[in-house]
Each structure stands twice: as structure tokens, then as C-alpha cells.
Design a protein around this ligand. Structure first.
Ligand code: ASP
Length: 581
């Protein structure tokens, strides 16, 4: 037997027992006659004690242990004279009588401790060592816990876990496909699934009724901190359901996860329409941990001779509660912030609603006290508040104000990562127009149905049609989204033609699905959650990478295994591929 216990479980109740532990040497300390070694494994750290007086040669060997050596130590659990209340095993140590080096280690390229000196690149190159660090290992274990909780919720609600293929053909989730050449079919390619969308719909046609899968999806997009070329979804589909059924089922999943993983009871999810989300938060994934709603001032401020307002498509404000004392310096700095290229505004206008009731704006030349009082009414400001105003092109200004709102929320500490505000965003537009090509695009995907009330607009005013779709948003992060699907062949066909597919193209790409709809497709709908994101949200981190055992970097590379990489001429030939440079 290699070990009797792990490195995280011994405590005062084990004092006097002989135990054997295995693990990695985290570090050693040499205090003259005594040598201490911290032994680490997945479960924790236990202090080993070597006493020169009891066994000099053993103590000598302990001194020679390098960081990350793998050792086996046998000894008696003893009470520590100076205890460490911060450690689970902090009351005890092992007085070692036998030490075996199971495998030595080269000097690790960075220190393997909670706070490491290793930079990003180095840690990714040696990810297997990075994973030894408790914070990283804990993130991966949190992910495991969440996956188990999801499985048990889904299973207990009658969902069947079914694997769908990875070598498929293009699924239209709006990103570029990763493709895989087929050796047996020269010149032809598989695509990796952007999601199992069409397969899960086909499973409904088969009659499985409730499906789920925790599944890898692949999208060849430009990467950001919260995106990976391969990522994991909790993918779900149900038959004979309406939107309300799906919202209830998956609100239940969210509740259950919060309770089981974080011991948090979350209230019923707020529901907000896409139109209201855009109007009040400038964003279709609003962070509802704080209020600070956007208010439009077009009718209040135009026509007073201030050109910036008069020329603007949109003038929009937020009222920042209790910040009228913001200094000139802070406001100048905020102005620079909105002028950064990422935000792209040409300036910031403000009005301080002073505690004495007077209002002082940065554009007093154009607005007298009465007019400023109208600003205050429109924004519902109170003495002590600060009104921030942006003006310009409609969509850019709305987006900028949404960013400014988040920034102010951040600066004022209103975005506590331990507070969770979950909501459904509903009634998205079904279609959006690509300004360049003038073509309609499905906002969610082409299998999404229209809200029953809006179906009649499909022919006359497609831009007005709302989708029978929903997103779950937590703290300003879109964690999941889905829709009630089209299950009628003719409507699906019509949708493809609205999206600019010829009948022939639609048939070629999605004929299998439309044909299936001819054989008794039940009404169905579903949802998919971004599992990596959900994990990072639960773990309180911005980056999904921490929750993926072997993530890729910003350039889509795995620097540990050095992938992607070139392949031999032989392989290329076999695949009938010519590389053009
Ligand atoms: N397949 C969709 C997606 O990946 C989710 C869904 O509609 O169920 O976003």
C-alpha cells in the first residue's frame, strides 16, 4: 500500500497513529536540528518533521529533497507546538521515521505555490505543473462538481444523455467552421460542430423527448479572454414544450447549481425584454447587480443651441447616485476614459446635482437652471447625485453608455462577484440586417421560430419579428441561450429563403433536417449553456481559461504540445491537400 491517508485529512484526532503519506515536496525549511518539509497532494498539505536527534541520517536525506520530488513518508501523527489555524492539517505534523524518494524532480520552471512567479506563457507551456497549484486545481475540481450537479439534475428530470458526432458538416451558429480533411474522400472535408443543434433536433424527431449532453463545440473565431476555439456546452432539447416550460426547467437548473455548489438561494429570475434591456442598459446582457439605468434626453435637451446635442442621434444619461462630489480631476479622467478608442466618444458632459439642490453642468453656457432641472427630472436625480451624459451616433453612444455604466458600477464597488443576479432576456429580434450586404441574418440561428404573435409580420416587416428565444444572463454575462424551434418544413424553408438561401442551397445544406420534418416532427425547443463561462462565474474569475485543464492561448495555440503544427508532405499527399503560400 502506497499510502494510508492523503495530505489533507489528518487532524488532532489522529495524534499517535502511524501513517504513510505520498505527495510532492512543496518546500523544505531547515532549522538547525529540525527539518520541516511541506508535503502536498490534491487534498492539501501536511507538515513532515525530521529530527536530527532522533535520526540524523534521515534528517540529512530530508535536507536533500528538492522541490517537487515525489516522496513517501511514514511516521507518527503528533500535535504541533506552534499550530497553523489557516491550514486544515495545521494542528499536526508527522514525525517521520521512514522516507522514500519515489521520483526526483528537476527544478520546476516556476514556483508551484498559490502565488507563483511564473508568467502566463511559462505556466501554459508547463500546464501540468501549473495544474498542481491549489487555485488552479480547485478550479478544475469546481468544474467537475458542477458537471456532476448538472448531470444529476438533468437525469432526475428525465433527460437522456446522448453523444452526437464530432465529424459532421457545417452548422450555422454564425462562426467559421473548423474543418477536417477526409482521406477516404479526397477533396472533401468534415466540419467540427459549432454546436449539436441539428442533431439534437433530429433526436426530438426520433422521440427521445428530453436530451442533454455536456459537449465540446468548436468555433473558429478571433479569441478573447472569455473565448476558446473549443469550448463546452451543456446542450439541451425538449419536445412538446412552450417557452414557459423551458424557462422553468432551466431556471430550476440554475437554482439547483447555485444551491448545490455555492449554497446560495437565488430568487426567481427577473425577465426583461430585449427592447428594455437595450433601452435601460444599452446592452442585451445587462448586469443587474446595480440599477443606474440609462435615460434618454433627446426630448429634454435638443434645440438649445448646443451643437453637440442638436447634431446627435442619441443623447443618453446615467444618474450616479451620491457622486456629486466627483472632483474635476476624476471627471477629466473619466472624459479621457470615454475618449479611448475602445469606447470612441468625443467627450463627456456632466451635471452635478449638488447637496444644496443647485445643479451645475459642464455646459452651463447653453442650459440655465430651469433647463437643468428638467435634466434632473428626466434622470430622477437627487441632491448629491452626478449626471453623466453622452451624445452622438445612436448605436455607438448606446454602447458607450453601457460601458460607462459598467465602469461606474465597477468604480463604486457595485459589481461584487459574490452577488449573483440572474435574469432571462426575452423577445430578441428574429433577424438582423447586415449593413454591408443588406442581407438578413438570424440573430440566434435559422432554426429559431418567431413569436406566435409576430408570425404574420414575416412577409411584410421581417425586421420587426420577435424571436421565440431566450438568453440567461448572470451578472452581465450571457451564460446560455436557446429558442423554440421551427418544426414545420415549409416554415423552415421560408426562413432559409428569407436568409437569402436559394431552395437548392438550403436543400443541399439542410435537406436532412427539412426532410426529417416531413416525418412527424414534434414541437420542440431547447437551450445551451456555456459551461466554461458558468464555471468561471461560479468560481469568481473573469477568465474561462482557469476552468479548462488544457486551454489554448490568445492565438489559438496550445503552447505545451505546440499545436497547431505542420504535417508531413506524405500526410498532405494522402489527404489530397496542396498548401498554397
Ligand atoms: N445551439 C445554440 C447555441 O449554440 C443553442 C440552442 O439554440 O439551443 O447557441
Amino acid at each position: 500500500m502506497y499510502r494510508t491517508h492523503n495530505c489533507g485529512e489528518l487532524n488532532i484526532s489522529h495524534v499517535g497513529q502511524q501513517v504513510t503519506l505520498c505527495g510532492w515536496v512543496q518546500r523544505g525549511r531547515d532549522l538547525g536540528g529540525l527539518t520541516f518539509v511541506d508535503l502536498r497532494d490534491r487534498y492539501g498539505i501536511t507538515q513532515l518533521l525530521f529530527n536530527m536527534e532522533t535520526d540524523d541520517s534521515l534528517c540529512q536525506s530530508a535536507r536533500k529533497l528538492g522541490r517537487e520530488f515525489v516522496v513517501q513518508a511514514t511516521g507518527i501523527v503528533s500535535e504541533r507546538s506552534s499550530k497553523n489555524p489557516k491550514m486544515a492539517t495545521g494542528d499536526i505534523e508527522i514525525s517521520v521515521s521512514k522516507l522514500e524518494i519515489l521520483n526526483p524532480s528537476a527544478v520546476p520552471p516556476f514556483t508551484i505555490e498559490d502565488d507563483t512567479d511564473g508568467g502566463d506563457d511559462l505556466r501554459m507551456k508547463y500546464r501540468y505543473l501549473d495544474l498542481r497549484r491549489a487555485p488552479v486545481m480547485n478550479s478544475i475540481m469546481l468544474r467537475h462538481r458542477m458537471a456532476q450537479v448538472v448531470r444529476s439534475y438533468m437525469d432526475s428530470n428525465g433527460f437522456i444523455e446522448i453523444e452526437t458526432p464530432v465529424l459532421i458538416k457545417s452548422t450555422p451558429e454564425g462562426a467559421r467552421d473548423f474543418v477536417v480533411p477526409s482521406r477516404m474522400n479526397p477533396g472533401e472535408f468534415y466540419a467540427l460542430p459549432q454546436s449539436p443543434q441539428t442533431f439534437k433536433q433530429l433526436l426530438m424527431v426520433s422521440g427521445f423527448d428530453k436530451y442533454f449532453q455536456i459537449v465540446k463545440c468548436f468555433r473558429d473565431e478571433d479569441l478573447r479572454a472569455d473565448r476558446q476555439p473549443e469550448f463546452t456546452q451543456i446542450d439541451c432539447e425538449m419536445s412538446f414544450v412552450q417557452r414557459e416550460d423551458i424557462l422553468n426547467m432551466f431556471e430550476g437548473l440554475a437554482r439547483h447549481l447555485f444551491k448545490a455548489v455555492l449554497s446560495i438561494d437565488i430568487p426567481t429570475l427577473d425577465r426583461i425584454s430585449y427592447a428594455d434591456a437595450m433601452k435601460y442598459y444599452g446592452n442585451d446582457k445587462p448586469d443587474l447587480r446595480f440599477d443606474m439605468k440609462l435615460c434618454e434626453l433627446n426630448d429634454t435637451v435638443k434645440g438649445k443651441g448646443f451643437k453637440v446635442f442638436d447634431d446627435a442621434e442619441l443623447i443618453v444619461a446615467i444618474n450616479v447616485t451620491g457622486q456629486s462630489e466627483y472632483t474635476r480631476k476624476q471627471l477629466d479622467e473619466l472624459t479621457e476614459w470615454v475618449k479611448r478608442p475602445q469606447i470612441g466618444m468625443s467627450g463627456l458632459i456632466y451635471a452635478k446635482h449638488n447637496t444644496d439642490g443647485t445643479i451645475k453642468s459642464s455646459v452651463d453656457k447653453f442650459f440655465n437652471a430651469d433647463e437643468l432641472a428638467r435634466w434632473s427630472t428626466a434622470c430622477d436625480s437627487k441632491p448629491g447625485d452626478l449626471i453623466l451624459v453622452l451624445a452622438g451616433n445612436e448605436s455607438r453612444t448606446r454602447k458607450a453608455m453601457s460601458e460607462l455604466r459598467l465602469e461606474m458600477g465597477e468604480r463604486l464597488g457595485l459589481r461584487d462577484k459574490n452577488v449573483f443576479k440572474c435574469a432571462w432576456v426575452l423577445d430578441f429580434p428574429l433577424l438582423e440586417k447586415d449593413e454591408e450586404s443588406g442581407r438578413w441574418h438570424a440573430m440566434h440561428h435559422p432554426f429559431t421560430s418567431a413569436l406566435p404573435d409576430d408570425v404574420h409580420l414575416l412577409d411584410t416587416d421581417p425586421g420587426k419579428v420577435r424571436a421565440n428565444a431566450y438568453d440567461m444572463v448572470i451578472n452581465g454575462v450571457e451564460v446560455g441561450g436557446g429558442s423554440i424551434r421551427i418544426h414545420n418544413k415549409d416554415i423552415q424553408k421560408k426562413m432559409f429563403s428569407l436568409l437569402g438561401f436559394s431552395d437548392e442551397e438550403a436543400q443541399k445544406q439542410f435537406g436532412f433536417l427539412m426532410n426529417a420534418f416531413e416525418f412527424g416532427a414534434p414541437p420542440h425547443g431547447g437551450i445551451a449553456f456555456g459551461f466554461d463561462r458558468l464555471c468561471s462565474l461560479f468560481g469568481g474569475s473573469e477568465s474561462i481559461r482557469d476552468y479548462i485543464a488544457f486551454p489554448k492561448n490568445n492565438a489559438g495555440r496550445d503552447v505545451m504540445i505546440d499545436s497547431p503544427s505542420s504535417i508531413s508532405d506524405e500526410q498532405l499527399k494522402e489527404l489530397a491537400i496542396k498548401v498554397v503560400n
